[in-house]
Design a protein around this ligand. Sequence first.
Ligand code: IPM
Ligand code: MN
Length: 362
Amino acid sequence: TQHYRITLLPGDGIGPEIMAIAVEVMQVVGQQLDLSFEFQEALLGGAAIEATGEPLPAATVETCKNSDAVLLAAIGAPKYDTLPRHLRPETGLLGIRAALGLFANLRPAKILPQLIDASSLKREVVEGVDIMVVRELTGGIYFGQPRGVFATESGEQRGVNTMAYAESEIDRIGRVAFEAARKRNKRLCSVDKANVLEVSQLWRDRITALSADYPDVELSHMYVDNAAMQLVRNPRQFDTIVTGNLFGDILSDEAAMLTGSIGMLPSASLGATNPGLFEPVHGSAPDIAGQDKANPLAQVLSAAMMLRYGLDQLIAADRIEQAVMQVLDQGDRTGDIMSTGMTLLGCKAMGAALVKALANLA
Ligand code: IPM
Ligand code: MN
């Protein structure tokens, strides 16, 4: 029996509900494939603020470091938006990314044929879209120094953030992206603003230099404004995208929306040595928390990504993804992806449908 220690960060809002489904699904797959999961829970975000006064308690970092992988649900709620920045749930998320050195964020945006009409774009535009956004996650303008609001000599305030990348930071995310492209359709588009920003010129030069090591991957470059446009004009031109922290934040939301169902999308954040962190792209949906209405599928698919990229258990990951396809094929839907003729299920009932689908897999 292969044994894994998994840290769970259920977080806020719908987080605990969808996490419970992911755990159930993992336990079933574990029994089927002789994997054993030891789950340990820790606090992050609003849940941590309530219990300890801070969004990322030191004990949470310890627990995460002491595990093979970290599964996060979602954090945040409007009531925390007025707290000072260092006490907000989002600061906890940025903190755990930094503490675990999770510099590579993988955000797949794949159109599911069953849900294609949920997209706000025309079917012929989004049909077949399958994009992987590789976003740098621990550098760039999110973390650059100097930062702050400073008084100027004239007495007004001046807000400052700094977009900076060292060569080594560009190289390590570049390599992750080339490797990812290699396992996909071997096309990599690097997105920057090299016509204006020096940091982007260095980014472009380094990515171009790296491409010598990946002759089988076709590299292109695109300015970020054009990329935003091309993503809605002709998204099928993209296979793998690599970009910095802020551009990746924005473009990955745009790419996610192409699929029309942000409630379906998982993500992975990986470092060099520490355990990876896996989370759905969607937020904590406080408006429907506690009502058994949430869509657990992105959380379940995040568990599949954890098995694939974090634990190298590809068969287990495949099984979970197959079970998700199975429930969609049979017409099971939560409210966010509901359409006529389908069966509306709550969060728990969707979990039960997944368990049943898993049991029926060959
Ligand atoms: C995301 C989120 C975070 C980010 C926020 C909540 C700090 O938008 O994971 O994309 O900007 O990275
Ligand atoms: Mn974001």
